[in-house]
Design a protein around this ligand. Sequence first.
Ligand SMILES: [Zn+2]
Length: 164
Amino acid sequence: MRQITLSNGTTVEVECLSCAITSGMVEPDGGVVIETEHFHAHQDVAYPIKGLIILASKRHIYGFDELTEEEKMDYINLLTKIRKVQREVLGIEHVYYFYNEDTTHHFHTWMVPRYEWMNDFGRSVESLRPVLHHARNEMNDQENVNEVIKSIRMLIKALREERE
Ligand SMILES: [Zn+2]
């Protein structure tokens, strides 16, 4: 078991944070962005960047080669759906995707939007870590967090309308 401190300051003991979130045991701030039989998308508000989404599998797996055919289809469909509303609703022109198999959680893909201000931290992938660090430490003010929550609601609404 591992102790994890959530963004609201409470601590939980879980085996795997991704399992805890995708099973609904831990509710991410801002709620579920979209959920299917195999995947779960949410914003990690520990990094308050508008439109940043984490897409996690519901099964406790680590690698792409562990995905079933059905999960593969679900994954790519969800990823593209989320990408589409990020563009349409939040005007996000570019997104960085990353995913590492040696995670302490399980299979999850980060979708990190690229904004102008991020250029101060480098041009491309090299800026990712400093950008996330900056967001977590310097952008955690209530005003920005409210903006982020508002953008999550917009994404949720747009994704819901897509389905209808
Ligand atoms: Zn897990």
